[in-house]
Design a protein around this ligand. Structure first.
Ligand code: 2AM
Length: 236
């Protein structure tokens, strides 16, 4: 389960963070001509994640639709783009992205596919001040943790700057658009904790995808750059 105590999100949304922009600091663009995300000059905003099967997407859809009726100031994740983030890489030069694209499949294939199960709902960073609403993952997390650490080492070798905070696997359902604390914060947490989810659903950890996140006026779209399968688990 995600450890609420160790996660300290500095982001409220998919807004680019200045501190994550190196190398290739965010550039300033003219206001009358929006930047073309496919322009050669554009940095690539990347992250590595495990995609989710349809059954989990459906559950997220059902849960978010019900919670959205509460009219909390939450920006809900589009269920189809929900994922388990392994590493957020920020904005990098396209050439560095290509290096990772080449190195990634070999590293991922060293790991064996595994599975977790959907778990309870919760909040980061804490009950009184929710900022991120998530669905937790139950089951044996060692395989996923090893994969995430190994990918962290690969990224360091390729000179990516990565998050130092401990890995806390989760599926983000939504992010608060404004700060909420005290009793209102507690109300969110209590509602999530008491939410009737139904039986757990398998979450296969079978593939790592390098995504490019393209920020548009209507939110972020996630474009898969390379899909890397884990090795098949041996039959018992
Ligand atoms: P999370 O929701 O699992 O925490 C794609 O943008 C993913 O990268 C998001 O789903 C988020 O993962 C993570 N992410 C986005 N912006 C981030 C930031 N500024 N710092 C760290 N992680 C970020």
């Amino acid at each position: 389960m995600p450890g609420a105590a160790v996660y300290n999100p500095t982001m409220m949304s998919e807004e680019p963070r200045r501190t994550r922009s190196k190398p290739g600091e965010r550039r300033k663009f003219s206001k009358d001509r929006p930047p073309d995300p496919y322009g050669v000059e554009m940095p690539w905003r990347l992250f590595l994640a495990v995609p989710l099967p349809e059954a989990v997407v459906e559950r997220i859809d059902r849960v978010s639709t019900r919670l959205a009726q509460k009219e909390w100031p939450v920006r809900w994740t589009a269920p189809g783009s929900a994922h388990i983030t392994l590493h957020f890489l920020g904005e990098v030069e396209a050439s560095q992205a290509q290096l990772l694209r080449m190195a990634l499949p070999g590293e991922v294939a060293k790991h064996t596919a595994t599975a977790l199960q959907t778990g309870r709902l919760g909040v980061f960073p804490n009950q009184r001040k929710p900022r991120v609403l998530w669905m937790g993952l139950d089951g044996e997390p060692d395989g996923l943790n090893r994969l995430q650490s190994a990918l962290g080492r690969l990224l360091a070798t390729l000179e990516f700057e990565i998050e130092e905070r401990p890995f806390s696997p989760h599926i983000t359902l939504g992010r608060l658009r404004q700060e909420i604390s005290g009793a209102r914060g507690m109300e969110i947490w209590t509602t999530l904790r008491g939410f009737e989810l139904g039986p757990p659903i398998d979450v296969p950890i079978e593939e790592v995808v390098l995504y490019r996140s393209i920020l548009t006026r209507d939110g972020a779209t996630h474009e898969p750059l390379v899909r890397c399968p884990l090795s098949a688990a041996r039959q018992p």
